[in-house]
Design a protein. Sequence first.
Length: 463
Amino acid sequence: MSEIFQNCNYFGTNGVRGRLDFFTPVLACRLADAFARYITGKGAGKRIVLGRDHRTTSELISTAVGSGLLANGMQVVDCGLSPSPLIEYFAGKHKFSGGMIVTASHNPPEWNAIKFLEGALPVSKERGIHIEKLMNTQADYANAGSGEYQIYNALPEYLHDAMNALDIGAIRKRKFKVVLDCGNGTGNLIAPLLLRELGAEVVAINSHIDGHFPGRMSEPTQQNIEGCIGVAKAVGADIGIALDGDCDRLALVDENGNYVIGDKVLGLGVGYALASKKRTGGKFAPKVVTTVATSDIIREIAERHGASVVHTKVGAPYIAEAMVETNAISGGEEVGGVIWPSFSLAKDGFFTFAKIMEMLATGDLALSEAVSQLPARYATKLKLNCPPEQKGALIGKLKKYAADSHLKFNDIDGLRIEQKEGWCIVRESGTENLVRIFAESKSKQASEKIASEMKKVVERILG
């Protein structure tokens, strides 16, 4: 590792990712080396938890990461093949100095990535810049050989603690019939065991772990989980559960075979957390943290319970940071990622589906009934090509348009414009020469109108 990585811009919203021609073992080792020096330089100790997903390159990358950590004398606890929420939970419970998770989450199989934890908090792009700077300096490896490397199976501990945080009796009494689709991912290590402990009858598909994702693509979109939807209908399931590759994203299917989009999964979680706030003994503030791209479903649910919404940039690190800063009772992203701070600061698909089952059991509700109680919103998504030379300047020009038009807006991430009939957000893609437009309203027609009008504005600016 004698070479120095000059002028690197590796960190994205939540870690570093890419295909193997970019995301090499050498890069992984150097990232781990820099991360170790970042953590020790802050006086945070030397205990690092390490985990990985099941992708074909993950063991390769994880081994390189371990080498980079040991070269700096770190005390590494390697949990091996593990879902991301487990590693994040374990890091928080045992107060690790930091963590590294080798996973590309919902991305295609040829991708891989590393997510970083500082304590139990995911490392944002802004904090990642400090790690990148350390990649530009040469380590002296004075502590090489003084580190420790322990292999540990954290799965039983996670299951035990999750069960203790649930109303097991109520869930077992309901005797749910569940179709489970872990998409050949690491969810198969925990979800079937957890569901059976909760007394559910489980029909599992895509239930073997395979880094090629032969059953479906990793992200649990409606199109990708048509198999789960079909099986749920065929067997008369009470609920269908679909997870992404590392289990921080969750999609649901109701008893009628209807797909429950991520915004509504988040809405169910937020609503139940707020309705159950008395159980926390006033430990958390009546605040909900989510991104500027999340549906107003969340704002309206929060207001029903006398809570307020705190908006952040898009990405789990920003949500977790704001939840700690505000002591929020709930939070998450529109992709079906819900954070339960009384348990963990992770977006946790396992704990989320278990808590939603608890909500249904204690409220004597079918999933469709619970969803029908959520505020009605309609969304429209568009994307436009954006010449690379215009990326970066577009949002500034849109901001001037909004100000000149006397529109209420925020530029936390992209530009979100509030309108009488709804809202829209325009964001530049970080990886493609695209601009994405998302609009939402209480009617489909109004949502489409808002998106169409904003598209015209963007096209006019782009020329």
